[in-house]
Design a protein around this ligand. Structure first.
Ligand SMILES: Cc1cc2nc3c(=O)[nH]c(=O)nc-3n(C[C@H](O)[C@H](O)[C@H](O)COP(=O)(O)OP(=O)(O)OC[C@H]3O[C@@H](n4cnc5c(N)ncnc54)[C@H](O)[C@@H]3O)c2cc1C
Length: 480
């Protein structure tokens, strides 16, 4: 081995999802001489999980279009596909990797290790579920199981599906199955859709839209049993029986953190505990994406965010640090957008429920307004809700609903939250206007002004944040 090769830092990444991918990109650009090795169980590089509901529905016709490949770079980036990381010795800094085709194990030493092993769908342990696994019970997490669901849903003898779980994945899947012509029921133990991400006051329009689309809600009662002998024939929800040939479990995703936990990394309900550098409690071992427990951007309390946007940012931070840099993760806001047919639903930060549970004295202010001025054709209502701290007007969260303009408005709230802004700052912020896309006073500004009055906040102070580059009246500073 040459001196140069000995100095080359070896970064091993387990899992080639969004978090692993961005860790590799960041590491390779941080340290131009480091070597990145991927260990990935799949026999192909990557795919886009977020697009699976669109592929089930048929908007994306060919599931293989969701696959991507990552070119190897000579001496810098290599991949072991169809390989599983089975154990980790953090003292010796060696990972044991199994070739899934021939069962052979081999040691893989590392200087820095990034664990990006993702999460897997949770199966509710109700009677009948284990016996009927693979016989009509489906999950949506990868190309194979999404294709299996689509094949089952398009069989002529299949008429009805039950989706358990009214989170984003459950609702998106329910919509896809309705579009394929099935009669669809969504069963949810809580009393409303998206129970963990929006407040009850925002749930009504989501429920209405589900019903408009023909999705039957069975809310406030948990799934109690899966029925059937050879295959799924129905489900029981308390004393109600709902016949179906397809049952989709969409009740959450548990972290695939066994490797790190067995090696002694600190965990919290199965999520790997990391600091703001994305370091685990094991030396030179990082955890990112769906397996990591990070912290809230708002109050630094422990927090988990199982979304691709967090995976990308956390992977980037870990990659830079694993390659010798020093950067920090800013914390999660759980900013999201989903849709039920044409209705978009977005949120960021705390709901009123979570803000109150976190100990804030908080209030929510809602506004429904048209997206365009009254004289412009095509305006539609958008409903905004801001969650604010009483007394200070600090923004703690926001939610939005509507058939257009939801994502960009929620992203403005997300940026405001990221910057620790108050509702006064938001009222002062200059937002763009063009009759085809907004009102001159955008609903965000309208909401901010209403909130200042409603919460009886003291008048805001408009601070001068910029020093003028050139003051024509200040002759002493004029250059000659
Ligand atoms: C149906 C669906 C829709 C979604 N929609 C959205 C959306 O609209 N917006 C959004 O932001 N997020 C969405 N998400 C969430 C998002 O996809 C995940 O948060 C993101 O993919 C997590 O990335 P990750 O890299 O942590 O994990 P993953 O992408 O799951 O990658 C983990 C990888 O690790 C591999 N692996 C696991 N264990 C081992 C091992 N021991 N050895 C080797 N390899 C291993 C796995 O094979 C996998 O490839 C959606 C998810 C699903 C399932």
């Amino acid at each position: 081995m040459s001196d140069h090769a000995k100095q080359q830092r070896d970064i091993v990444i387990v899992g080639l999802g969004a978090a692993g991918l961005y860790a590799s990109k960041a590491a390779l650009s941080q340290d131009r001489s480091c070597r990145v090795t991927f260990i990935e169980e799949r026999d192909f590089d990557q795919f886009s999980p977020c697009a699976l509901p669109f592929a089930i529905e048929g908007v994306i016709e060919d599931m293989d279009r969701l696959k991507h490949s990552l070119p190897e770079l000579k001496n810098r980036l290599s991949k072991y596909l169809s390989h599983s990381a089975v154990s980790l010795d953090p003292e010796a800094k060696v990972l044991t990797v199994r070739n899934l085709q021939n069962g052979e194990d081999r040691p893989v030493p590392y200087d820095a290790l990034v664990l990006a092993t993702g999460a897997q769908p949770v199966m509710l342990p109700v009677p009948g579920a284990a016996q009927l696994a693979g016989k009509g019970i489906h999950v949506v997490s990868d190309i194979e199981n999404a294709a299996a669901l689509k094949n089952a849903a398009t069989r002529t003898d299949v008429r009805a599906a039950v989706v358990v779980g009214a989170g984003a994945i459950g609702l998106e899947t329910a919509h896809a199955l309705v579009k394929l012509g099935l009669s669809v029921t969504v069963v949810e133990a809580e009393d409303r859709p998206l129970p963990r991400t929006i407040d009850p006051e925002m749930a009504g329009p989501v429920l209405d839209r589900m019903k408009d689309l023909g999705i039957k809600p069975v809310f406030g009662r948990p799934l109690s049993r899966v029925l059937g002998r050879e295959c799924v024939e129905g489900v029981q929800v308390e004393d109600e029986t709902i016949p179906c040939e397809i049952l989709v479990m969409a009740v959450g995703r548990s972290p695939r953190s066994g490797l790190a936990v067995r090696a002694g990394a600190a965990e919290d309900r199965g999520f790997i505990v990391v600091n703001n550098r994305m370091e685990t409690t094991l030396k030179d071992v990082y955890a990112v994406g769906d397996i990591a427990r990070t912290f809230s951007r708002i109050n630094h309390s422990p927090s988990v965010m199982q979304l691709a946007t967090a995976a990308y940012k956390q992977g980037t931070v870990a990659g830079i640090n694993a390659a010798g840099g020093n950067t920090s993760y800013p914390g999660v806001l759980n900013t999201f957008v989903t849709a039920v047919g044409p209705l978009y639903i977005g949120g960021t930060g705390y709901t009123l429920e979570t803000a109150l549970r976190s100990g804030y004295r908080a209030k929510a202010v809602n506004l429904s307004a048209e997206t365009k001025s009254h004289y412009m054709p095509g305006g539609v209502p958008v409903t905004l809700r801001a969650v604010l701290e009483e007394g200070t007007g600090k923004i703690l969260g926001a939610q939005a609903l509507g058939t257009e303009g939801v994502a960009w408005r929620i992203n403005i709230f997300a940026a405001a939250l990221h910057g620790g802004m108050t509702v006064h700052d938001l009222a002062e912020a200059e937002l763009a206007y063009y009759p085809a896309v907004s009102q001159m006073v955008d609903p965000i500004s309208q909401l901010a002004e209403i909130a200042i009055k409603r919460l009886k906040l003291p008048p805001g102070k408009c601070e001068d944040v910029f020093t003028p580059l050139y003051n024509p009246d200040d002759k002493t500073k004029r250059s000659t």
